[in-house]
Design a protein around this ligand. Structure first.
Ligand SMILES: Nc1ncnc2c1ncn2[C@@H]1O[C@H](COP(=O)(O)OP(=O)(O)OP(=O)(O)O)[C@@H](O)[C@H]1O
Ligand SMILES: [Mg+2]
Length: 292
């Protein structure tokens, strides 16, 4: 089980959306983390054969992306998934199963199993238009599993989920990752923190880091500081270094920032988090890795 991206590039007019991306995925859950416009959807659409790369190749166990043999082992939840509002959840899944060429008896069994897996059995006969955002997301995941995919691609599957639904969803994904490749994109740090075995950080079309949580955080570990300062001093530092957080307190302004050396006499080192790393890369200032 091996999915390979080899120098994959995609350009829209004058915008390079995905820039020579290479990586290899094996069994497990991968979190693709990146800000709006980083290129996550473009990368996933190429993987699913919806878009063709301008150059580079995507292979899964000898099958090329876009080929039928690849499609047959692939499940995909697009970022903007079209539901049929007048269909019930059950009818919707049966309909998609028919489109995928699954024989009716087999489809019935599979649909029942997936409704169960996604906790939609109690509402199986209800129309999709009456569903909450989270229920629709779970239905989207159910449809992506109809063909028992070996490779599952989920584009922002947690968008619109409330905290309780998030937890349910994470458990479901972890389970699914036991015997397949799951790649999910998000810009919600806590999602990848909790469910991804490996995190891919994407910025401006490139995958700039890949590793488990500990490895990824290493980039700024030992460089995250907290200090409480009076406003003038705080302002000086804010102009100089990437600020992760700023809070007014009784004693002054509590700053959390990234700096290669101790930024102030009273500064103390803080444990770096994935959120720090994310803010560092994707804050408005657009800090580059080179400033460390
Ligand atoms: N069809 C298109 N035509 C022109 N430019 C596009 C097209 N689709 C995407 N882009 C551009 O390519 C870049 C990558 O877009 P993409 O949708 O892949 O990012 P994303 O990481 O999925 O963002 P989001 O988190 O907002 O979903 C963006 O700059 C976007 O504006
Ligand atoms: Mg997207």
């Amino acid at each position: 089980m091996e999915l390979v991206f080899d120098r994959v590039t995609k350009q829209y007019k004058n915008k390079i959306a995905v820039d020579r991306v290479s990586f290899t995925l094996k069994k497990g859950v991968y979190g693709l983390l990146g800000a709006n416009g980083a290129g996550k959807t473009t990368l996933m659409r190429m993987m699913c054969g919806v878009l063709k790369p301008d150059s580079g190749e995507i292979f899964y166990d000898g099958k090329r992306a876009g080929e039928e043999a690849f499609r047959n082992v692939l499940g995909y939840l697009p970022q903007e998934f079209g539901y049929y509002p007048e269909f019930s959840a059950m009818d919707f899944l049966m309909y998609l199963a028919a489109l995928k060429g699954i024989p009716k008896r087999q489809a019935r069994e599979k649909v029942r199993e997936l409704l169960n897996l996604t906790d939609l059995t109690p509402v199986a006969r209800k129309k999709v238009k009456t569903f909450s955002g989270g229920m629709k997301q779970r239905l989207g995941i159910a449809q992506s599993l109809l063909n028992d995919p070996e490779v599952l691609v989920l584009d922002e599957p947690t968008a619109g989920l409330d905290p309780k639904e998030r937890v349910k969803f994470r458990n479901l994904i972890s389970e699914l990752g036991n015997d397949r490749i799951v790649l999910l994109s998000t810009h919600i740090v806590s999602d990848v923190e909790h469910i991804a075995d490996v995190i891919l950080v994407m910025k401006d079309g490139a995958v700039i880091h890949q590793g488990n949580l500990e490895e990824i955080i290493q980039v700024i570990q030992g460089k995250v500081w907290e200090c409480t300062l009076e406003s003038q001093e705080a302002e000086n530092l804010t102009g100089k270094y990437p600020v992760l957080n700023m809070r007014r307190e009784k004693e002054g302004i509590l700053l959390r920032l990234v700096c290669g050396k101790k930024p102030a006499e009273s500064a103390r080192l803080a444990e770096a988090t994935l959120e720090d790393l994310y803010l560092y890369y994707f804050s408005e200032k657009g800090q580059e890795g080179g400033t460390l």
